[in-house]
Write a protein that binds this ligand. Structure first.
Ligand code: PEP
Ligand code: CO
Length: 447
């Protein structure tokens, strides 16, 4: 049972690239291993404490961002828009729940993608699938699809500068609660949702003035002018994760210092395989996707493997069953975990079980199905007397057209073509994500 950052190498593993140049791979791993950590163990411990509160129903977890970050779409505007969107959703949810909202981005490392097929075929030409920019190129071209170890260095550098900007936004004034109006994004300012958000900002402004009159200004209460956005990604490419694993000098424990929180995907969560082995040894807060094929006993074994001490805030189970399956598949799992007295943080990913093909040929998701899965998740918890601790979304602060529906932008199958930019799965645009937050607030306030 002894664990090292590389012990996963002795286990079967899925969804990995086959690197041709093993020498170069080794060089890159060594280089990454010598680079500075992207996050610190103390930060990961603080997030774990906050997640423990979410698991008890005292805080709410908002996790979201791109399906896959990309090298070509790396720019300030996208990072800033996502940051502003998270702040807006944070306000909406905080105002309705009266609880602190823990903000965790799918950002600064969300590069590697599991694929349903190892190959992609177009017009009789068959090439290895695109596995995310950290591994190979998206172009349908023989050379681009060869896994290149150097991509890991570029991913690390992009993650480092993304994190640098996020830290500056968090501390440098953008997150000041006196600026809630300014978080409204240009393209939603004038639609009904932008207006609804504005009404909320007016109320928050009034509370800020009231507090200032009481002497509580942002000069003396730092929480009023700064925030924390934690980072997370699917730790799929274990070569990268191992290279960024560090022993904490304070506790002697190992942390994956590539992000504050890491999760295991639904396709790589097999009990006796490499991902479970790697995850059991790191002390970060971790997540695991729970899809419709998860068995009751399997889930208990998985919890015991990943959280043997039943520590609060350690394990986030991210349910992603699909709107048509959750009512049947989720309650037995929830009951089993509840009755076994396991401490887990339950959240809902209403994206990955609701993928469909539009009549115009796009991979899409319908807003009604997304909303329905979220609502069912919250209602099931209510009936079971357990805690629905948050949501996990694929979303962007940009004005894209990737998911259909919603009242605020009503994207049709035909409308998808206009700004369909995702590298991988369809994301909610800012308007749709904000609309979901308002509707979720109503669900939460009603219950
Ligand atoms: C993802 O979160 O991007 C993903 C691939 O999810 P899942 O493992 O649930 O399919
Ligand atoms: Co995805």
């Amino acid at each position: 049972m002894s664990w090292t950052p590389s012990s996963w190498r002795d286990f079967p593993i899925k969804q990995q690239p086959t690197y041709q140049d093993k020498e170069q791979l080794k060089k890159v791993e060594e280089k990454l291993n010598s680079y500075p950590p992207l996050i610190f163990a103390g930060e990961a411990r603080r997030l774990k404490e906050k997640l423990a509160a979410a698991g008890r129903g005292e805080a709410f977890l908002l996790q979201g961002g791109d399906c896959a970050e990309s090298f070509s779409e790396f720019n300030t505007k996208s990072i800033k828009n996502l940051f502003k969107l998270m702040l807006q959703m944070n306000m909406v949810l905080m105002y309705s729940t009266g609880k602190p909202v823990i903000k965790v981005g799918r950002i600064a490392g969300q590069f590697a993608k599991p694929r349903s097929s190892d190959f992609e075929e177009i017009d009789g030409v068959k090439l290895p699938s695109y596995r995310g920019d950290i591994i190979n190129g998206i172009e349908f071209d023989k050379d681009a699809r060869i896994p290149n170890p150097d991509n890991m260095i570029q991913a690390y550098n992009q993650a480092a500068s993304t994190l640098n900007l996020l830290r500056a936004f968090s501390r440098g004034g953008l997150a000041d609660l006196n600026k809630v109006h300014q978080w409204n994004l240009e393209f939603i300012k004038d639609n009904p949702l932008g207006k609804k958000y504005n009404e909320l900002s007016v109320k928050i402004d009034r509370s800020m003035k009231f507090m200032a009159a009481c002497g509580l200004t942002s000069d003396i209460v730092p929480q009023l002018h700064q925030t924390t956005l934690y980072t997370s990604h699917e730790a799929l490419l274990l070569n990268y994760e191992e290279a960024l694993t560090r022993k904490d000098s304070e506790t002697g424990d190992y942390y994956d210092c590539s992000a504050h929180m890491l999760w295991i995907g639904d396709r790589t969560r097999d009990l006796n395989e490499a991902h479970i082995e790697y995850f059991r040894g790191i002390k970060n807060p971790i997540g695991c996707k729970v899809g419709p094929t998860m068995g009751e006993d399997e889930l208990i074994e998985l919890i015991d493997a990943l959280n043997p001490d039943n520590e609060e805030g350690r394990l986030n189970l991210i349910v992603r069953m699909g709107a048509s399956k959750i009512a049947e598949a989720f309650p037995p799992l929830l009951k089993k975990v509840r009755d076994a007295g396991k401490n887990v943080v339950w959240t809902i990913d209403p994206m990955h079980g609701n993928v469909e093909k539009s009549s115009t040929g796009f991979k899409t998701r319908n807003f009604d199905n997304i909303l329905s899965e979220v609502e069912q998740f919250f209602n099931i918890h209510k009936e079971m007397g357990t805690v629905a601790a948050g949501i996990h979304l694929e979303m962007t602060g940009n004005d894209v057209t990737e998911c259909t529906g919603s009242t605020s932008c009503a994207i049709t199958d035909e409308g998808l073509a206009s700004r369909y930019h995702t590298q991988c799965d369809p994301r909610l645009n800012a308007s749709q994500a904000l609309e979901l937050s308002f509707m979720l607030s109503d669900t939460i306030t009603e219950s």
